[in-house]
Design a protein around this ligand. Structure first.
Ligand SMILES: [Zn+2]
Length: 517
């Protein structure tokens, strides 16, 4: 908001509402939007989503707010859902002086209690590794201090974006608002969360800003789920908004809408047959499922339970080898109203949807290490991370990939440069032979004899068909729809689909672009 704009508001008495798109513009991560509302002599500034930029970690070390605006100038924050690319920048803002509340749903708040500290831990670990590499590789030079880098001796020492401790402090700022409860957050600024059906606690953020004839409504989709999402209740309709901002992750794609149960059953049954054969060193085979701890792991646990209950796969011991997944599952049990009717029926019948008959929770590192022993019968290990880029699952892979009795089942998108992507490679579904012969893990070459399976059926994002269906629920045409959170192809794809199907005015913001609403 410039001085001239403030003067104009004072002179004309006309309020002014500005939107700055500061992240996920032409990109998939780092969701960050600043709203500035000036009415007479009062300015209200708030952020909608405060996401980490996963594609480019340097970006978060720069000042991401418009020039002249400090974190302490922000009155409050709204977080659409717990995924780190929508929430993980909060500790950095708090560290840099943000003092206000951060509003989100109760389930999102419960998830962030462990997700933000984990993000701080990962920041610290990444920096430790980078500094160790620098000490080894760098010739003696004059170390200059820049953002995130402090000179120590003559080797630059990187500093983490924030630490576990900063993340824990930022949790003090969280304030919860349930779905469908209108809340006034500042004079003439109100929010209502509706269910986004993407992950537990995910919200579409519906804003009302201003009053009388100058009132504007703005609907921010955050991330929206598919209409046939497993477990969760359906993406809720929104009736109207002057402006809509929608994600475009799969703006140019349609999901394969087959029944996922027979696909998973086939994979597990094939893996079980392989696993029965005993290897002299490794014993029976192990089925390893790397799955993101929030959302994906719970769907897998649910599906395995159902397939075992129906006798479609053999009963096998299942080990949940991730403290994050264990904690996340506890949160998932707490919100029984968040699910579809099938899930609610299970809860009503006192069936725990996430527990298979022989399930072991590995809280402790030692319990995880014990799983490296030769196995006397086939077992399943579910671990995070979903792309096998860290955590205990990596040691299982390092140990078991050389054994042809074992199987790795990837159940989600594999990001560029991750171990998961290397293993999945150009793998065609159902062809376990199309895998690399070896991979590098922790600096060592590891032979790959295990079968690798990839099941892309579990996406938590709407495809363009879902998005158009959701947009059709708006009973009047918005003034504009902004497309964010997608790569170039996805943004172009969704722009075309919206123009063709709905004839709406589509805007694809560039990074840091601002709009008067
Ligand atoms: Zn998300």
């Amino acid at each position: 908001m410039t001085k001239q704009e403030q003067k104009r508001v004072a002179r004309t008495g006309q309020p002014l509402l500005k939107l700055h798109v500061l992240g996920a513009a032409g990109a998939v991560t780092g969701s960050l939007n600043l709203f500035e509302y000036i009415e007479r002599d009062r300015v209200t500034r708030f952020l909608v989503d405060v996401g980490l930029t996963v594609e480019d970690e340097r970006a978060d070390f720069m000042n991401r707010l418009p020039v002249g605006i400090k974190p302490s100038d922000i009155d409050f924050i709204i977080i659409s859902h717990a995924h780190i690319d929508h929430s993980g920048y909060l500790p950095k803002l708090v560290k840099d002086g943000f003092k206000g509340p951060a509003y989100l749903t109760p389930a999102s708040s419960d998830l962030l209690q462990f997700m933000l500290p984990d993000s701080g831990f990962l920041q610290e670990e990444a920096v430790k590794r980078a500094n160790a590499r620098n000490r080894k590789n760098l010739p003696a030079t004059e170390g200059g201090a820049s953002d995130g880098v402090k000179a120590r001796g003559n080797v630059p020492q990187r500093q983490p974006l924030y630490t576990q401790e900063h993340a824990k402090q930022s949790l003090q700022h969280l304030r919860t608002i349930p779905y469908n409860e209108r809340r006034e957050l500042a004079p003439n600024v109100a929010v209502t969360f509706t269910d986004a059906g993407h992950i537990l606690g995910s919200a579409v953020v519906n804003l009302e800003i201003g009053s009388g004839s100058s009132k504007r409504t703005f609907c921010f989709s955050g991330n929206i789920g598919r209409y046939d999402m497993p477990l969760l209740s359906e993406l809720e309709s929104v009736r109207s908004a002057d402006y809509v901002m929608v994600e475009s992750t799969y703006g140019n794609k349609l999901h394969n809408r087959r029944d996922r149960f027979p696909v998973l059953a086939d994979i597990i049954n094939r893996a079980h047959v392989r696993a029965l054969e005993k290897h002299p060193k490794f014993g029976c085979g192990v089925i390893m499922i790397p799955a993101f701890a929030v959302g994906r792991a719970q769907v897998i646990m649910h599906d395995l339970r159902q397939l075992m209950a129906e006798g479609r796969i053999p009963q096998m011991p299942v080990f949940i080898d991730s403290p994050m997944t264990i904690r996340s599952t506890e949160v998932h049990r707490k919100y029984r109203d968040a699910y579809n009717p099938l899930m609610r029926a299970l809860f009503d019948a006192e069936v725990d949807p996430f527990t298979t008959p022989e399930q072991t929770l590995c809280h402790d590192w030692k319990e995880s290490v014990a799983l490296l022993e030769p196995q006397s019968k086939p077992i399943i290990i579910i671990g995070s991370s979903g792309m096998a880029s860290g955590g205990r699952i990596v040691q299982h892979l390092q140990h078991r990939l050389p054994a042809r009795q074992s199987t790795v089942v990837f159940v989600g998108y594999q990001g560029t440069g991750t171990l998961g992507q290397t293993l999945v490679g150009g793998l065609r579904e159902g062809n376990p032979d199309a895998r690399p012969t070896s991979v590098r893990i922790s600096g060592k070459d590891v032979r790959v004899n295990a079968a690798i399976e990839f099941m892309p059926d579990y996406s938590a994002h709407a495809d363009y068909g879902d998005t158009i269906r959701w947009l059709r629920g708006f009973q009047r045409r918005p003034r504009s729809i902004f497309l964010v959170h997608g790569d170039t192809d996805a943004l172009e794809g969704l722009e075309g689909h919206i123009k063709n199907s709905l004839g709406w005015n589509v805007v694809v913001p560039k990074a840091k672009q601002e709009f008067v609403l």
